[in-house]
Design a protein around this ligand. Sequence first.
Ligand code: FAD
Length: 247
Amino acid sequence: MADWIPATVIDNRHWNNNLFSLVLEANIEPFKAGQFTKLALDIDGKRVQRAYSFVNPPEENRVEIYATRVADGLLSPRLHALDSGDEVLITARANGFFTLDEVPDAQVLWMIASGTAIGPYLSILREKQVWRRFRKVVLIHAVRYAADLSYQGEINELKAHYPDQLIVQPFVSREPVPGALNGRITYALTDGLLERMVGVPLDAENSHVMICGNPEMVKETKSLLEARGLKKHLRREPGQITMEHYW
Ligand SMILES: Cc1cc2nc3c(=O)[nH]c(=O)nc-3n(C[C@H](O)[C@H](O)[C@H](O)COP(=O)(O)OP(=O)(O)OC[C@H]3O[C@@H](n4cnc5c(N)ncnc54)[C@H](O)[C@@H]3O)c2cc1C
């Protein structure tokens, strides 16, 4: 049974028609960057719960989640409609293993996200550990439209803080955008364009790759990496790929 506690909505930032960030005040237990919580609402007498990654780093008191309103979705349209002062249920305890303590050391940490899956990386990147452990961090964010590239302020702040360590490469699939690669991550990986653009090789010797978001993207990216000799990381059998599927 989940340990549900109330959370008060402090802010609901709408980035565009569908993407939103909920800021919540809730007395949750400590969590690790990269983990997720569960939010729930009682709808027609039934508790509807879904998983959401923390965007805030653990030392920040307010919980922040970044989500999209799924057309015909059961919970996300209702979360999207919440206002300051409204209440939602949250689990006191966090879940998940998409955290740096499950990632072995490497020279380069690749963080690949589609859509709202940029969230857990923003939590991890705003802690010190990642900057101590990896020489370079490559953050890749794949979206459909330029307007879906949320959190640019936070990302630019990180770039300013870690200019020699952080490389950010957005992908925008449905329109040309200066500075972003057009198309899909998987194509850019296949023909080497991604590595040419970021100037860092992606190989089994020096890299660890975290992949999060759309399950098709996660699966296809994993297959391409396996073809290069990388393999899924397990505690009992170290590898170079760590994944989280959002559905
Ligand atoms: C570990 C974990 C962490 C997650 N973290 C987040 C998060 O931080 N932000 C977030 O928005 N979602 C996240 N999700 C997905 C989230 O739990 C819900 O599935 C999502 O909000 C849809 O719920 P719903 O009830 O509105 O839709 P449902 O009625 O449950 O419909 C589910 C369908 O919605 C679509 N969908 C689900 N999630 C997304 C998404 N993120 N982007 C695009 N389409 C989607 C898929 O087609 C899926 O089949 C996470 C899921 C998991 C398993």
